[in-house]
Design a protein around this ligand. Structure first.
Ligand SMILES: Cc1cc2nc3c(=O)[nH]c(=O)nc-3n(C[C@H](O)[C@H](O)[C@H](O)COP(=O)(O)OP(=O)(O)OC[C@H]3O[C@@H](n4cnc5c(N)ncnc54)[C@H](O)[C@@H]3O)c2cc1C
Ligand SMILES: *[C@@H]1O[C@H](CO)[C@@H](O)[C@H](O)[C@H]1NC(C)=O
Ligand SMILES: *[C@@H]1O[C@H](CO)[C@@H](O)[C@H](O)[C@H]1NC(C)=O
Ligand SMILES: *[C@@H]1O[C@H](CO)[C@@H](O)[C@H](O)[C@H]1NC(C)=O
Ligand SMILES: *[C@@H]1O[C@H](CO)[C@@H](O)[C@H](O)[C@H]1NC(C)=O
Ligand SMILES: *[C@@H]1O[C@H](CO)[C@@H](O)[C@H](O)[C@H]1NC(C)=O
Ligand SMILES: *[C@@H]1O[C@H](CO)[C@@H](O)[C@H](O)[C@H]1NC(C)=O
Ligand SMILES: *[C@@H]1O[C@H](CO)[C@@H](O)[C@H](O)[C@H]1NC(C)=O
Ligand SMILES: *[C@@H]1O[C@H](CO)[C@@H](O)[C@H](O)[C@H]1NC(C)=O
Ligand SMILES: *[C@@H]1O[C@H](CO)[C@@H](O)[C@H](O)[C@H]1NC(C)=O
Length: 653
């Protein structure tokens, strides 16, 4: 399934630009651009005009059909003009009731959307202007989805798209998998670069890094490679790679550029801590190598500064490891009675004491190189609803016996609180734990292997597991939040308020990518993350969206966002010097600069201005995004939650 790396003779490679794959040697030349001004590089005069807003269809400056056709010819025919997936449900040329019925069945499946040129997993940002409707006479509009897509298979395609968008004043977006929760991989009236097909992977058993600071295992990954391709490569080449928990998440796109955490975060650091070099097309159209020796400003910025900001990554080389097995088991307790036992559930007070006891143990989990992966859910058993806590704890490079002794003090302390937990058998995983595995094992009740009830035997959904309309509250709780019983109690109260008063679901990931385990890298990752013991998220419980139920207008969305903010504020209040993970946070967090970038913001902004003075790359929550706004192009005003179906305009010209 992987392309064989092309063994080009060195003489064919342009000097000083080490491509990882053959398709990176297919590039745009300035000879081509001289006769076609729309595709010229930024280095070729004249500079692009500075307009107040991006041009949109209907404007006189929007390229004509003939111009798009010429662009498509230049691209060799890889320009797509896709309608939203659900267009087949609407009266018109593309109406297809059978296909619409199929879509209605399959809508929740993320693979459907990740393989589509424009669709995304968390769909509110599209404006929901074209959903699998039961009313075919209603109207499907493009909404927040881009108008044209370049289905890139070479660097040249990426360069053409970047140059054309910059020169023609068209909004540009980039999609790898469409997993971003905040609609950062779509944009209304935009041209999109779809990196899905850049699916090459080469394993280097004895790679030498730039400046030869490292010799050993590494992989080169094309921008279309996903976590699932990584799972395959790990077994094929007998090694361990840092991959996302969700199998369709792209590895070099938003995931890497925001940081990239995995089952090994407390053991090997984040993905960005292990990157040796990056190949990217910049806003100028240039294709460059980034490493500690070349374009080191960008090399720093790309590793943590966020996707869709500095350029389009086409590939990277990243360190991989000897096979590193993990042992894992899980703990569950609940205010609901266990099935098949006569015990009553825990009291609400005991439940929260149990949560705090667990929180107290998280520093030990992280310091052992481990991962905690937990949920506090509002669960139902029979006619009763209650709170259920589940956590899966995984430790790399430890035996089952090590695991049992590691976990015993926590079990003893829980037992002393009146929470008797029987640990399910400790499982061993060879080289990573996929999100599915982590979650399916965390469903069991104390003293019983019986599921809560029939409903819960269906694997419940984790964040991002299914198509959704997800708003997230997210924050790193730091080592200092775990440093004393008083601090733990304050943190526990903030989490409790979000769950009990707010009615939200809590999802926690315990890991600590501190500088020691990360190898003291110099990169742009959120400095707060280095201190994090708990990467916490809060969201509405009913994650799954089948595409049918009405989801409300902008006013209602704004209200939902503001309500979640009010609980999120309690988390901010108890974590004053912290932040959150750009890829799994709220892009519209009012404190986004400090939250996502901390003290790195100023340096990132300077690099952004130097390398993309045109604002070619723009996404909500990204560096410098506040220099632009989205103005509604529909009758409805943008509510307090900004959607992508408007026109992108400069705040100041
Ligand atoms: C089911 C699921 C599981 C997840 N598991 C993890 C996990 O284990 N660890 C973790 O750290 N995160 C995880 N995430 C979050 C994940 O990191 C983000 O959703 C991330 O944005 C996905 O990157 P992508 O490129 O695949 O997605 P996209 O939505 O395609 O892109 C995300 C952002 O990056 C930009 N971008 C994409 N490709 C490129 C490129 N080649 N060059 C420049 N910019 C680009 C896009 O424009 C957009 O701004 C998970 C998400 C989901 C939904
Ligand atoms: C681009 O050209 C290809 C090949 O001729 C064609 O199939 C495709 O429909 C064209 N794209 C657009 C948007 O017209
Ligand atoms: C759609 O409109 C047509 C023509 O006006 C009408 O015949 C049909 O019943 C309508 N269908 C629905 C589902 O409303
Ligand atoms: C790896 O490369 C280094 C430097 O080129 C060399 O010294 C070493 O012998 C190689 N190791 C293996 C296992 O091939
Ligand atoms: C895989 O790697 C492990 C440790 O790195 C080693 O012990 C084992 O022999 C290898 N297996 C194969 C089939 O190469
Ligand atoms: C529950 O209580 C009943 C009646 O006291 C008893 O017969 C039964 O064995 C108990 N069940 C369990 C699982 O303890
Ligand atoms: C749940 O409630 C329904 C209706 O009130 C009742 O018929 C049923 O017996 C209850 N089930 C349990 C397990 O209590
Ligand atoms: C794994 O554990 C063994 C035995 O304790 C140790 O020798 C080895 O260095 C560890 N591996 C890593 C990568 O830490
Ligand atoms: C167990 O509880 C005791 C008393 O509160 C505490 O000192 C100890 O640190 C706890 N152990 C663990 C593993 O949390
Ligand atoms: C990192 O290592 C230093 C030196 O060994 C040590 O003092 C420090 O506590 C370590 N930090 C963490 C978070 O483990």
């Amino acid at each position: 399934m992987f392309l064989v790396p092309l063994t080009l003779s060195l003489s064919l490679l342009p000097l000083g630009l080490a491509a990882n794959f053959d398709w990176e040697n297919i590039r745009l030349t300035s000879t081509e651009t001289s006769s076609y001004p729309a595709i010229r590089f930024a280095s070729q005069p004249p500079p692009p005009p500075i307009s107040a807003c991006r041009t949109i269809p209907g404007d006189s400056s929007w390229p004509s059909e003939a111009e798009w056709a010429k662009f498509n010819d230049t691209l060799g025919g890889v320009l797509l003009k896709p309608r939203p997936l659900a267009v087949v449900c609407y009266t018109g040329d593309q109406y297809d009731s059978k296909r619409c019925e199929e879509l209605k069945q399959a809508w929740g499946n993320t693979v459907l959307h990740s393989n589509d040129p424009t669709s995304i997993m968390s769909q509110w940002a599209s404006g929901n202007t074209c959903v699998p409707t039961a009313f075919p006479n209603s109207t499907c509009t493009q909404g927040g989805y881009p108008v044209y897509v370049v289905k890139a298979t070479t660097v040249r395609h990426v360069q053409l798209a970047v140059n054309f968008a910059r020169n023609m004043n068209i909004r540009l977006v980039v999609k790898t998998s469409g997993h971003d929760f905040n609609g950062k991989s779509i944009g209304g009236h935009a041209l999109s670069i779809w990196t899905h097909d850049l699916k090459s992977l080469t394993y280097h058993p004895n790679y030498t890094s730039p400046s030869a600071t490292y010799t050993g295992r590494a992989v080169a990954l094309g921008a279309g490679i996903r976590a699932a391709d990584g799972y395959t490569a790990m077994s094929q080449y007998n090694m361990t790679m840092i991959v996302a928990g969700g199998s369709t998440v792209g590895l070099t796109g938003g995931y890497m550029q925001g940081g990239g955490h995995s089952s090994y975060t407390s053991f090997y650091g984040l993905v960005v801590d292990n990157v040796f070099s990056i190949q990217a097309v910049l806003a100028s159209g240039e294709f460059v190598t980034l490493s500690k020796d070349e374009n080191s400003d960008l090399f720093w910025a790309f590793r943590g500064g966020g996707g869709s900001t500095f350029g389009v990554v086409t590939s990277m080389v990243v360190k991989v490891f000897p096979v590193t097995p993990l042992v894992s088991s899980s703990i569950t307790f609940s205010t609901l009675p266990a099935r098949g036992s006569n015990s009553t559930g825990l009291s609400v007070e005991t439940f929260w004491k149990g949560v705090q006891e667990y929180l107290a143990y998280c520093v030990a989990i992280c310091d052992a190189g481990g991962l905690g992966y937990n949920f506090i859910r509002h669960a139902t058993s029979g006619n009763t609803t209650g709170l259920t806590f589940t956590t899966s704890i995984s430790l790399p490079n430890k035996t089952r016996t090590d695991y049992q002794s590691f976990i015993r003090p926590l079990l003893l302390n829980l037992s002393a609180l009146g929470i008797p937990v029987v640990l399910p058998p400790v499982k061993r995983f060879s080289n990573h734990v996929a999100q599915d595995e982590l979650y399916s094992r965390s469903l069991f009740m104390p003293n019983s292997n019986a599921p809560l009830d029939a409903h819960d035997t269906l694997r419940p959904r984790a964040l991002g597991d299914t198509v959704s309309q997800t708003l997230i509250a997210s924050r790193f709780f730091l080592r200092s939040n775990h440093a004393s019983p008083a601090a733990l109690s304050t943190m526990n109260a903030a989490i409790r308020a979000l769950v009990e008063d707010g009615g939200y679901t809590f999802h926690g990931i315990n890991h600590n990518p501190n500088l020691n385990v990360s190898g003291h890298p110099d990169n742009a990752v959120n400095p707060a993350w280095r201190q994090a013991i708990l990467h916490a998220q809060g969201y509405e419980g009913g994650l799954h969206w089948d595409g049918k139920d009405p989801v409300g207008g902008r006013k209602e969305w704004g209200e939902r966002w503001e309500r979640l903010q009010s609980y999120m504020q309690k988390w901010r209040d108890v974590t004053p010097n912290s932040g959150s993970y750009i890829n799994e946070g709220d892009a519209q967090d009012p404190s986004w600069k400090s939250a996502f970038f901390g003290r790195n913001y100023g340096r990132l902004l300077a690099i952004k201005h130097a390398r993309d003075p045109w604002g070619v790359f723009w996404a909500m929550g990204a560096v410098a995004h506040d220099e632009w706004v989205i103005r509604s192009t529909s009758d409805e005003e943008q509510g307090s939650l900004v959607m992508q179906d408007g026109r992108l305009c400069r705040v100041k010209v």
